[in-house]
Design a protein around this ligand. Structure first.
Ligand code: TRP
Length: 327
């Protein structure tokens, strides 16, 4: 039986956090058993926001692949590669750029938000990175693309480009389906956990760091004293209990509402929950060296290039770029 193909990736701009884990990583590593999976480290995409700090990217690449391994990536089952090690992706980006208008790119809500956060003029590469992402995706001709919810506009664009290519040049690309995880909130009670917002609990955090971050979290603002009844729905700590799937959550909620369970105990329980989640992740992380990561990426790059070359040749054939005169 043909296995479904899965393609996804992340940009190496910092450590992976619990939001990544629940929003994307957990689901994608579950797919390794039944699907042919490609996991890409988007270093060129990281360059589009970090061009002035490009030398930092290498350490982030290594840290990220170790986080993948820690969170369940199995190099025996799936392929992990670096975007910059597959030059065919760049070629496909150039070709696909012709199928998108500039105004379509400027309407993308995720890039718009990121441009606002960047606080400076956006480069050509930055505005265009969703096209390069469409090339990453379509190159492997996947059925599924498991990502966080903020990636939806990019997946939509990749689907549009695939449709347009197929209509114009003949059926070549399967239309990929996004598989979306849930957004995980930040420790500041904000809507999104993000390293750049400084509200993240990282997969590589040690127990002391986790305790400090949980201690600093806000609770229900209306529950000032221990004896005041609380409202779990208004409490960021409660949101985390739900997010990580703390057991007997009903009891905690009842205890909060009846003021029999205090915020300090509730936070302690959350810290324990995080420790239980992250401890085995840290243990797996420590099993791999930087050298292992290098070997994995080298091997993955070789495999990804073979698949990519096959697609690129089919694309060039379809657009009439295998010139007879040169054969
Ligand atoms: N945009 C993704 C991120 O911000 C990274 C990425 C690049 C990606 N190419 C991809 C994700 C292809 C899925 C598929 O993390």
């Amino acid at each position: 039986m043909m296995q479904d193909i899965v393609m996804t990736g992340d940009r190496p701009t910092g450590p992976m956090h619990v939001g990544h884990y629940f929003g994307a990583l957990k689901k994608r590593f579950e797919m390794q058993d039944d699907c042919r999976c490609f996991f890409m480290v988007a270093d060129y995409q990281a360059l589009s926001t970090h061009a002035d700090r490009s030398s930092e990217i290498e350490a982030n690449v290594i840290g990220m692949v170790r986080d993948y391994l820690a969170a369940g990536f199995d190099p025996e089952k799936a392929v992990c590669f670096l975007q910059s090690q597959v030059p065919q992706l760049t070629e496909l980006t150039v070709i696909l750029s012709n199928l998108v208008t500039l105004s379509r790119l400027l309407r993308n809500p995720t890039t718009k938000q990121e441009m606002a956060d960047l606080n400076r003029q956006s480069s050509f590469a930055f505005v265009g990175y969703p096209v390069s992402q469409a090339a990453d995706i379509l190159m492997m001709r996947p059925r599924y693309v498991p990502v966080g919810p903020d990636q939806r506009p990019h997946i939509e664009l990749a689907r549009e480009i695939a449709q347009r290519f197929n209509n114009q040049f003949g059926e070549l690309f399967p239309i990929p389906e996004g598989v979306y995880g849930e957004q995980f909130g930040g420790t500041d009670g904000g809507g999104k956990m993000s390293t750049s917002l400084g509200n993240a609990i990282n997969l590589c955090d040690d127990p002391e760091t986790i305790e400090r971050k949980v201690d600093a979290m806000q609770t229900d603002p209306a529950r000032v004293r221990r004896n005041d009844p609380g409202t779990p729905e208004r409490c960021p700590v409660h949101g985390f209990h739900k997010g990580i799937g703390t057991d007997s959550l009903n009891q905690i909620e009842d205890g909060c509402r009846s003021a029999t369970f205090g915020c300090v105990e509730c936070k302690r329980k959350l810290t324990t929950g995080f420790d239980a989640l992250i401890e085995p992740i840290g243990e797996r992380r420590s099993r791999y060296t930087d050298e292992d990561v290098r070997d994995i990426l080298q091997h993955g790059g070789a495999i990804a290039r073979i698949t990519a070359q096959r697609t690129l040749e089919a694309v060039k054939d379809a657009i009439g770029f295998n010139y007879a005169i040169l054969q």
